[in-house]
Design a protein around this ligand. Structure first.
Ligand code: ZN
Length: 61
């Protein structure tokens, strides 16, 4: 992976330049927008974070 060209989104797995970092992980703009759109309640947000960490751990297993 080339960090100069972008970051690998832990949600969609694509390499993007624009996005945010949460818990040291990268989420691209598209997935961030999806997450914000889904962010109806804080509980759901934390669930989303939990899911992302699971995905990340699987990818790095
Ligand atoms: Zn993404």
């Amino acid at each position: 992976m080339d960090e100069l060209t972008g970051n690998t989104c832990i949600i969609c797995g694509e390499t993007k330049q624009d996005g945010i970092h949460i818990v040291s992980e990268f989420i691209c703009d598209a997935c961030e927008a999806e997450m914000v759109h889904t962010d109806v309640q804080e509980e759901k947000y934390h669930f989303f974070i939990h899911q992302m960490k699971q995905i990340w751990m699987q990818r790095n297993a």
